[in-house]
Ligand binder design. Structure first.
Ligand code: Q9C
Ligand code: ZN
Length: 348
């Protein structure tokens, strides 16, 4: 399996996120990706390539122009507010809910930060944009690898992407790598693309981007949003709209869910993807379903990820994996590579 590794990922290194009235250390740390890289090298998973040179066009296929402009200039604007900000992470403090306007682009940078986000847990740092942009380039590389006949690929990047929507960041995500990849596959001639999101948290950004599309199926197995982040999306009654009616499948599960019930849910998602007639599969691979994850609530064990990879390999679809969450740093490499290696063994 060919890995596209974002070697710019350490440029994104948030210090703090706002959590219940306090600034707490970030859980989405650079070592996450390094542990995965180390593990896949140790186990000889295959070639590790860096991102191809790509312009912003594939990102603009899923993200709003004014949002990309915001992201690419955000750090400079943050420091321009006050030179002392260079030592701080940029976090929003104001949001335009419901009756506020979102058509006006305020001149104030803090106001724009709120317009383009939905939480205060996703710090923008000096290197957030170059890191996120390079991650999207890795997603394009992996999609192009499938378009050229490759059977599988892995995008090893951070920050993650599945919470980022058409024009907003949140949940540690800025550019939606899985969505960029799915759209790239469509633009390259793949008629029907499925995105399967198995991160602990619902992939609200990916769902929203494709919600009214009949050409991209989105399925997600995740913690029940009644109690779990991102709270405001990911319920079972969200089934798609317009041309996308029936092309969205949410399988929320309660906190404490173990591998048996979790695998049943994934099997239901895979059956729906087969019925849809997908020609290629993008897997948003978060391993925060692990029992030891510090911010999540399922109880999968490291060996269970071999079974997950085997289940995915049985689909026989050209498949690309995009790294999302997973915060038990010491185990994140083993858990992730267990999925990939078992996939490879099954799929050949
Ligand atoms: N202090 C992904 O897994 N808040 N994002 C949790 C913990 C947000 C997770 C609070 C969790 C976002 C890609
Ligand atoms: Zn997650």
């Amino acid at each position: 399996m060919k890995t596209f590794f974002n070697d710019q990922h350490p440029l994104h290194h948030g210090r703090h996120e706002m959590f219940r009235g306090k600034l707490v250390p970030c859980v989405e740390v650079p070592s996450r990706a390094d542990f995965v890289l180390q593990e896949l090298r140790a186990r000889g998973l295959g070639e590790v390539a860096s991102a191809p040179e790509v312009d912003l066009a594939p990102i603009e296929r899923v993200h709003a122009r004014r949002y990309i402009d915001f992201l690419s200039t955000a750090w400079n604007e943050w420091v321009a507010l006050d030179p002392a900000n260079a030592e701080l992470d940029a976090l929003p403090s104001y949001w335009p809910i419901r009756t506020f306007r979102s058509d006006v682009l305020p001149a104030s940078f803090p106001a724009r930060m709120g317009l383009f986000s939905y939480d205060a847990g996703s710090p923008i740092t000096s290197g957030t944009w170059p890191a996120a942009r390079q991650g999207a380039a890795c997603a394009v590389g992996a999609a192009d690898h499938l378009l050229q006949g490759g059977r599988s690929a892995f995008v090893l990047t951070r920050p993650p992407g599945h919470h980022a929507g058409h024009d907003f960041f949140g949940g540690y995500c800025f550019v939606n790598n899985a969505a960029v990849a799915a759209q790239r596959l469509r633009d390259g001639g793949v008629a029907r693309v499925a995105v399967l999101d198995i991160d602990y948290h619902h992939g609200n950004g990916t769902q929203a981007i494709f919600y009214e599309r009949g050409d991209v199926f989105f399925a997600s197995v995740h913690g029940d949003p009644h109690t779990e982040y991102p709270y405001y999306l990911g319920y079972a009654d969200e089934r798609g709209a317009g041309a996308g009616e029936g092309c969205n499948l949410n399988l929320p599960l309660p906190r404490g869910t173990g591998v048996a019930r979790w695998r049943e849910a994934m099997a239901i998602a895979l059956q729906a993807i087969a019925r849809f007639g997908a020609d290629a599969l993008v897997v948003s691979l978060g391993v925060d379903t692990f029992a030891g994850d510090p911010i999540a609530g399922f109880t999968l064990q490291s060996s269970d990820y071999l079974q997950v990879g085997d289940d995915l390999g049985a689909t026989r679809l050209p498949t690309m994996f995009v790294f999302e969450g997973g915060y038990a740093v010491a185990e994140v490499g083993v858990n992730t590579v267990n999925v990939l290696e078992a996939f490879k063994q099954r799929a050949g």
